[in-house]
Design a protein around this ligand. Structure first.
Ligand code: AMP
Length: 447
């Protein structure tokens, strides 16, 4: 039996992998306009970072983390010994904890400094039950803004998130932005208590998991997919009714900045998001079609306590992450045409075997001059070589024939118009695609 990709993982095939590269480039371009610079952190970290940063009671940490075990520790495990401290490693389930850890470790945000704006891209790992839009390894691009307290920073990140979706081709009318505030250390404890009481008073209506999680974080009950729990949560107290004055003001200002930028949003007091580190603003972008229940394409929020959790100075922060594979599903649903992978600019074709050596030499020269260039290695007919050139996306074909070669020339064929003209072989490498077609008097290749 042939070995298949591991459950919940997906190959990005040629074309798809190119699109992921373009997606990353586009994110760097859009986020760069807002002052973000790239950071790249390891795909595995000490398990303790995620336990402390994301929260032990979250699904992500309690159920979905992939442990990374070195060979020697595996032997220890098999022998029944525990793996302790720094040797306990996990694949990152999300990017924020690692980026904040790196910022603290390398003192990227000294007290009083201007906010540091970091962006990242790469794979994340969660041992979830795979389904459409939910994988065990998936790609994210994301940002973290560290050191900014003001509500304008929250709004700026949300605006940037929505602008990015438009930039990659997800139409604004296909997305819906939800915003909420989760309060702070001042107001959340009293709210948690009210919510806990709601769960206890209506215990008969909730699933075991909600009741168990009520002890550690009753807000989790808002995320339960069980319809009976969801309906019992309809009557639950809302965090927005319990916000302290400072949180109310912060939330109000975030919304007013969104209005200034003309970014439509919906207030969703049930939006809690699955990670424990959020304080005040949380937000999520959803698509209205094509993704079923996994319709969140990106989301994030403010996390003013996270830097301290991982051992740093008090540093306000906020960020978001965007799921690449879900964006692809959203783009497909919106009828987006994915460009096919083009592998060459110039294809060098041979009329017969006598010109093979000269053609081979020309291919190397063209490549050395910076063009991507291909030739046939399987003795195909000229017609088949044209077909191959077409499949590979070549703008032009240089046809090497014995008669032309004898007089020191080759034929240039424009693959868009099929026009042909002779050019001198000498110096073809210096011309580039456009130059070659121009030289042959047959116009520019399609861009
Ligand atoms: P989160 O880190 O949970 O806030 O997720 C941020 C974004 O990553 C989500 O909005 C999704 O687009 C994407 N995402 C999260 N989990 C998965 C998954 N298991 N498979 C695919 N995409 C995911």
């Amino acid at each position: 039996m042939t070995i298949q990709a591991a459950e919940g993982t997906k190959d990005l095939l040629p074309g798809e992998a190119q699109h992921w590269e373009d997606f990353k480039r586009m994110s760097a371009e859009v986020f760069g306009r807002y002052g973000y610079v790239l950071i790249d952190t390891p795909v595995f970290e000490q398990t303790e970072l995620f336990v402390r940063g994301i929260g032990e009671a979250t699904d992500v940490v309690s159920k979905e983390m992939f442990q990374a075990v070195s060979g020697e520790n595996l032997k220890r495990l098999v022998a029944g010994e525990a793996i302790k401290g720094k040797s306990r490693l996990s694949l990152r389930p999300e990017g924020t904890a690692g980026v904040v850890r790196a910022a603290v470790q390398h003192n990227l945000v000294p007290p009083g400094a201007a906010p540091v704006k970091l962006m990242y891209a790469g794979p994340m790992f969660r041992a979830e039950r795979p389904q459409k839009g939910r994988q065990r390894q998936f790609n994210q691009v994301g940002i973290e803004c560290l050191g900014a307290q003001a509500p304008s920073a929250d709004a700026e990140a949300i605006i940037m998130l929505m602008r990015f979706f438009e930039a990659i081709g997800i139409p604004a009318e296909a997305t819906c932005l939800l915003v909420n505030s989760l309060g702070c250390d001042e107001c959340r404890p009293a709210y948690r208590e009210r919510l806990y009481r709601h769960l206890q008073d209506n215990a008969a209506l909730f699933c075991e998991e909600c009741l168990r999680r009520a002890e550690s974080n009753p807000l989790r009950a808002f995320d339960c997919k069980n319809p009976q729990c969801a309906s019992a949560m309809e009557q639950a107290p809302m965090i927005t009714e319990s916000l302290c004055g400072a949180c109310q003001e912060h939330h109000g200002q975030v919304k007013s900045y969104l209005a200034i930028a003309g970014v439509p949003y919906r207030e969703e007091p049930r939006l809690v998001r699955g990670l424990d580190y959020y304080t005040r603003t949380v937000f999520e972008a959803q698509v209205t079609e094509g993704l079923g229940s996994q319709n969140a394409i990106g989301g994030g929020g403010r996390y003013d306590k996270l830097a301290e959790e991982v051992g740093g100075n008090p540093t306000p922060g906020l960020g978001f992450a965007i799921g690449y594979e879900r964006c692809v599903l959203a783009l497909k649903a919106a009828g987006y045409e994915f460009p096919s992978a083009s592998t060459c600019d110039v294809f060098v074709a041979c009329v017969d075997g006598t010109v093979q050596d000269a053609a081979f030499e020309a291919v190397q020269t063209l490549r050395d001059s910076g063009l991507s260039c291909e030739m046939d290695h399987q003795g195909r007919s000229l017609k088949s070589q044209f077909k191959l050139a077409d499949r590979q996306g070549a703008s032009l074909v240089l046809i090497f024939g014995p008669d032309e070669l004898a007089e020191g020339s080759v034929t240039v064929r424009n693959m868009e118009t099929h026009e042909e003209a002779k050019v001198s072989l000498e110096g073809i490498a210096d011309k580039g695609c456009g130059g070659l077609l121009g030289l042959a008097g047959i116009g520019q290749p399609p861009v």
